[in-house]
Design a protein around this ligand. Structure first.
Ligand SMILES: [Zn+2]
Length: 297
């Protein structure tokens, strides 16, 4: 990391909201200071705050239900808003609604502070109308599906100091809420402070995800290879498509007959297709899965 000045550096107290404008290319870090704390998050096109983060577009384009390293956060209109460039946890919820007053009321806690009211309070500053529930991106919130496709949640995987790093693709309005949920495992029954920091665009970060060799080990970030300086110069504006093709007449779901990777110029969502043809791909059967992984220069 270089010595460039940090633009914003704040501890957000437990149960409290946060919001700010972030310039294009700047990097936002959200850190779970004490571990096991969910951070509900929303971002909007700064030039058109009616166009906001869409879990649907994000999940469909990447072909994976979890946001992690390499995920691009797309808006309702299909514009790329942010890219995840580092992630030390690898488990963040894309499905659940931010907690709201009714959730707590139904469980016997009327008037409980909640993420939806937190968002409404912050977003009013940017002229964004209040809602009864926000479909947010919930960092560190540990949700998953059981065998009958029921959405479940458990204590977060994040440990003290775990973080995500996101680069703004365009100018943004961002808001978050340190989730105040103390009545279930969402925050391990103990809401705690979070930390947000914004680095200027020139600060370089390598794209990386953390691995723990054993459950108690310190997380280790993946590192650039010795070829990075040369290859990144050639590929920083490229998107990698990986696809696997299954012959449709074969009922064995593991019968992947062909795998490949392509890199093409980064394109807006309307130029991508999650089911269909890529400009220079060979002729493909109808069953096609495409994953999108942007490179970070
Ligand atoms: Zn919440």
């Amino acid at each position: 990391m270089g010595e460039s000045k940090i633009i914003l550096d704040e501890v957000v107290p437990a149960r409290k909201p946060w919001g700010a404008r972030i310039a294009a290319k700047d990097v936002l870090t959200i850190t779970d200071l004490e571990g096991q704390q969910a951070v509900d998050f929303l971002c909007y096109d700064g030039a058109n705050p009616q166009d906001r983060y869409s879990a649907t577009n994000t999940v469909k384009v990447q072909g994976n239900i979890f946001v992690s390293l390499g995920s691009v956060l797309y808006s309702d209109s299909g514009a790329a808003l942010m890219t995840v460039i580092e992630d030390t946890v690898g488990r963040h919820d894309t499905f659940a609604l931010a907690c709201n007053a009714k959730y707590y009321e139904d469980l016997g806690y009327p008037g409980h502070v909640n993420c939806t009211d937190n968002f409404n309070e912050q977003l009013a500053r940017f002229g964004i109308a209040a809602r009864r529930g926000w479909p947010a991106l919930n960092f560190f919130y540990n949700t998953f599906f059981d065998g009958s496709n029921q959405l479940l949640f458990d204590e977060p995987w994040s440990r003290p100091g775990d973080y995500v790093l996101l680069r703004a693709v365009t100018g943004l309005v961002c808001a978050s809420s340190a989730c105040p949920d103390d009545i279930d495992p969402a925050n391990a029954w103990n809401p705690t402070d979070i930390h947000v920091r914004v680095y200027p665009a020139e600060r370089r970060f390598s794209m990386a995800i953390a691995h723990r060799v054993t459950p108690d080990a310190e997380p280790k970030l993946t590192r650039e290879t010795g070829f990075h300086t040369r290859t990144s110069a050639l590929t920083s504006r490229y998107v990698t498509y990986a696809y696997a093709v299954k012959v449709s007449t074969n009922t064995d779901p593991s019968a992947i007959t062909h795998r490949a990777r392509y890199s093409v110029s980064r394109a807006p969502l309307d130029k991508l297709s999650s089911r269909g043809s890529i400009p220079f791909a060979p002729t493909l059967p109808s069953s096609l899965l495409i994953r999108v992984k942007p490179s970070e220069g």
